[in-house]
Structures are given as C-alpha cells and as structure tokens.
Design a protein around this ligand. Structure first.
Ligand SMILES: [Zn+2]
Length: 98
C-alpha cells in the first residue's frame, strides 16, 4: 500500500512540469517511505541526489551523460549542488520511460 503510493507519487513527480510541485511530491514520497519503514526501490532512490537530497529529474534538473557505448551507466549531475554520480541503468528499470 505505502509502496504503491510512493510509486504513484514519484511517477507523478517525474511527469510534473512544475519543478516545485515535482519536488514536493518527491519529498512526500520519501516521507511515506520513512513513516512506513518502506525501502525505496532502487530506481526511485536513484532519483534523489545523494548529496543535497533534491529530487532529480533526468534531463531537467540534472545533466545526464551516457558513457561509452556498451556501458550501462550514465553520469548524472545535480543542477542544485553540482554533485555528480553514476547511475546504473538496469534492464528492469521502467521509470526511465515515464
Ligand atoms: Zn544535489
């Protein structure tokens, strides 16, 4: 139940055009996860900056660079704090299509 709500909120945040609304939804999702002690799925955890905890929308609030062909990782740079980290794209990830 809680996990379902989190997924809906995150999916909505990714589609949200308003950056402020998107981060509000994302933070609400995080709150629900904490309150219900639900572990966020890996795909969702990847959407939060590890440094400033901001919600990252690939291609919008973050710069995404795909590595050499064949690699399954992209470089994500947070637009807020400039923190760069590698994001591994798993085949099971369906959030990148949202
Ligand atoms: Zn950041």
């Amino acid at each position: 139940m809680a996990r379902e709500r989190i997924e809906i909120l995150v999916a909505g945040a990714l589609k949200e055009q308003d950056a402020a609304l998107a981060s509000r939804r994302a933070h609400l999702a995080k709150k629900i996860a904490m309150r219900h002690r639900v572990r966020m799925p890996y795909e969702i955890r990847q959407l939060y900056c590890k440094k400033c905890k901001a919600f990252i929308v690939p291609g919008r609030t973050a710069r995404v660079r795909v590595g050499r062909s064949g690699t399954k990782a992209v470089r994500v740079t947070c637009a807020l704090c400039g923190h760069t980290y590698r994001k591994v794209i798993s085949k099971s990830s369906h959030y990148k299509d949202l």
